[in-house]
Design a protein around this ligand. Structure first.
Ligand code: NAP
Length: 333
């Protein structure tokens, strides 16, 4: 089968190679999956660069989530051949490949309301948004939510989940194309960080009060801006550092303004509270069926386009999710 592999660390476009590799076989309790869609996440770029918190042995196949069809069952594995499922293949054998093997107990049913690309994109981004906004920040209806990188992968999910929760959502984006996407996603107000002052706009829009919850996958300057326009008793969710800069918090500032800085590592819930992850999936499936959330797919590319897609996400030029479709129709390969 074909799989992308990284043999040395570096920029995705330079180090990802599409290669013919041995077809994987499902062991006891495992499923063989035919990958239909695998969306790019920012950590794929960090994995290529060797800058992610996890460093898989070289060579490895990137790709951390997918929508797939069950092709075969290992001994004792439960599942239905042909069923459409969501999964997170364990590295070093990731999702940017024609096939993947995963533990049967780890897969989730793909929501019927969504196509393969949308279904793949409903998992990490939306779970992160849901746990961040509801479990960690306790977002309430009527509150104001500020989302940085609002047209990006996790940001677009947070915008839709914020609206579904009854919040007023302000989205921060870089550039007019992303501003249009953020409006389309349902933001009540969009700030283009390249031409507007985020702090001034948020304060004006909230009558000087500021945002109750801030969703920050960017870090760096975005975090500094957040501390200047967060409301009394507001919560700043530390989601990621796509800017490349991990900010240092001034705790005296948090003290004098009565705001909270709330860390979020969604992946931990898979080990610490798997029942909550499953309950969240059911909730997201219902929201998708009701038309309240629908992942924004900015681009769909065939398997051969994966390295370029990861590079574009790394460069911060994409909107929503870019999805790799190994099973794309022949004319699109
Ligand atoms: N905590 C968790 O559990 C968790 C879970 C999933 C993802 N994450 C993290 O969330 C972050 C976003 O992931 P994603 O996959 O959704 O990516 P993404 O938001 O689609 O892409 C990153 C966005 O960040 C903004 N950005 C600002 N400065 C940038 C820079 N110097 N380089 C690149 N982008 C820059 C860009 O949007 P604008 O131009 O519009 O500002 C860009 O589109 C990552 O750091 C990821 O590790 C965390």
């Amino acid at each position: 089968m074909l799989a992308w592999r990284v043999h040395e660390n570096g920029e995705p476009r330079d180090v990802m190679r599409l290669e013919e590799v041995a077809e994987p076989a499902p062991g006891a309790g495992e499923l063989l999956l035919g990958v239909r869609a695998a969306n790019v996440n920012f950590p794929d770029a960090l994995l290529c660069r060797g800058q992610y918190q996890v460093r898989p042995p070289l060579p490895f196949t990137p790709g951390v989530e997918l929508c797939a069809e069950i092709l075969a069952l290992g001994d004792g594995a439960e599942g239905e051949i042909g069923a459409r499922v969501l999964a997170q293949p364990a590295l070093p054998a990731g999702a940017f490949a024609e096939r993947a093997v995963v533990g049967a107990h780890t897969v989730l049913p793909a929501p019927e309301a969504l196509d393969d690309a949308e279904a793949a994109a409903l998992h990490i981004g939306y779970q992160t948004g849901w746990f961040g906004l509801h479990r960690r920040a306790r977002l309430a209806a009527g509150e104001t939510l500020l989302v940085h990188a609002a047209a990006g992968g996790v940001g677009s999910a947070a915008v839709q989940l914020g609206k579904a929760a009854g919040a007023t959502v302000i989205g921060v984006v870089g550039g007019p194309r992303k501003a249009a996407a953020a409006r389309e996603l349902g933001c009540d107000l969009v700030v283009d960080r390249r031409v507007e002052d985020v702090v001034t706009v948020v304060k004006e829009a909230t009558g000087g009060r500021g945002a109750d919850v801030v969703y920050d996958p960017v870090g760096g300057d975005a975090f500094t801006q957040s501390t200047k326009c967060v409301a009394f008793e507001g919560r700043i969710l530390v989601v990621g550092f796509a800017s490349g800069t991990i900010p240092k918090a001034a705790l005296n500032h948090a003290l004098i303004k009565n705001y909270s800085i709330v860390g979020l590592h969604w992946g931990l819930y898979n080990a610490k509270d798997p029942d909550a992850v499953r309950a969240c999936h059911d909730e997201l499936t219902k929201l998708a069926a009701d038309g309240k959330v629908k992942p924004l797919i900015g681009d769909r590319v065939p398997l051969a386009g994966a390295a370029d897609a990861v590079q574009r996400v790394a460069d911060g030029t994409t909107t929503g999710r870019v999805v790799v479709e190994p099973g794309a129709p022949e004319e699109r390969r």
